[in-house]
Design a protein around this ligand. Structure first.
Ligand SMILES: [Zn+2]
Length: 251
C-alpha cells in the first residue's frame, strides 16, 4: 500500500508526502515549505528521497533547496521549475516516474502555468493535481489559454471516476460560493456545498476529493454540459470554460 501523509502548509496549501513501505522511498509532492516537510517526514520516520514538483510557483517549488540540502533528494519536475530550482530529471506528458514499486504517469495539465503537470498513480487510484483542479474549482489562468486549460481538464475528466484527487489548496468553501452561482439548480452541488460548510465549521479538511463527485458538481469540469453551455454561452466547451473562468475571476 502506498502511504500518503497530508498536512497543512503556509496559509492554505496542503503538503503531501508519499511513502512506499517496501523500498522505503519517500516523495515530497511539491514543497511549499521545506522545513515543515522535513519536520513532517521526521515525525513519520521517513526520509525524503525524491521531490515531485507540479509547477514552478514558489508555494509549490520554493522549498526544494532546503529539502535537497538536508536529504540529497532528487528533484523531478517540469522544465519551468528551472525558474526557481535545479532539476535532476525534467519530465513531461506521458513520462513515468517510479517510487519503489509504484509508478506515476505524468499528465499535462497546463493552463494555470504553461508547464503544469499532474502525477497519477493508477496502482493507488490517486492523482496529485497541484493547482490545476480544486474541489469545486480550478486554478487561475495565469499563463495559459482557455483551450489549453480545457484540454487539461478533459485529461483529468478521463481518469477513472473513483480516482482520489489531491488538490494543493483548501479553497473549497469559497469555490462553492461561485459554483452555486454558476450552477444554481444542481442538487448534487447543493448537497456538497452544505457538507463543505459543515466540515469547515468543524475545522475539517475538504481535500482530497473524488473525481466522480467533481464531475457532477465542479462547474469548470462541467463546461461541456448542455445546461452550463446554455447558461454561460460558448459554442465549444473551452469557450464556456473561458466564460466561467472570467466570471470567477471577477466574482
Ligand atoms: Zn500555482
Amino acid at each position: 500500500m502506498l502511504e500518503i501523509h497530508q498536512f497543512p502548509c503556509l496559509s492554505d496549501n496542503y503538503g503531501f508526502l508519499i511513502y512506499d513501505p517496501v523500498s522505503g522511498e519517500t516523495a515530497a509532492i511539491d514543497t511549499p515549505d521545506g522545513k515543515e516537510y522535513l519536520r513532517q517526514a521526521e515525525t513519520k520516520g521517513w526520509t525524503i528521497t525524491q521531490i515531485w514538483n507540479t509547477h514552478w510557483h514558489p508555494d509549490h517549488a520554493g522549498g526544494n533547496a532546503d529539502i535537497v540540502a538536508a536529504t540529497g533528494a532528487k528533484v523531478i519536475a517540469p522544465q519551468e521549475v528551472e525558474k526557481i530550482s535545479s532539476i535532476d530529471r525534467v519530465v513531461a506528458h506521458g513520462d513515468a516516474v517510479a517510487l519503489g514499486s509504484f509508478t506515476a504517469e505524468v499528465i499535462d495539465v497546463s493552463g494555470h502555468t504553461n508547464g503544469h503537470i499532474a502525477y497519477y498513480i493508477p496502482q493507488a487510484g490517486v492523482a496529485f493535481v497541484g493547482d490545476s483542479v480544486f474541489a469545486l474549482g480550478c486554478g487561475r489562468m495565469f499563463e495559459g489559454e482557455p483551450k489549453q486549460f480545457w484540454d487539461s481538464l478533459a485529461r483529468i475528466k478521463a481518469l477513472p471516476p473513483e480516482t482520489t484527487l489531491y488538490c494543493a489548496h483548501e479553497y473549497t468553501q469559497s469555490n462553492a460560493k461561485f459554483a452555486l452561482h454558476a450552477d444554481p439548480d444542481n442538487a448534487a452541488l447543493q448537497d456538497y456545498a452544505a457538507e463543505i460548510d459543515a466540515k469547515r465549521a468543524k475545522g475539517e479538511w475538504t481535500v482530497p476529493t473524488q473525481l466522480a463527485r467533481e464531475l457532477a458538481t465542479n462547474p469548470f469540469l462541467r463546461a461541456d454540459n448542455d445546461d452550463m453551455q446554455a447558461r454561460w454561452g460558448g459554442n465549444a466547451p473551452h469557450e464556456t470554460f473561458a466564460a466561467l473562468r472570467a466570471a470567477k475571476d471577477n466574482f
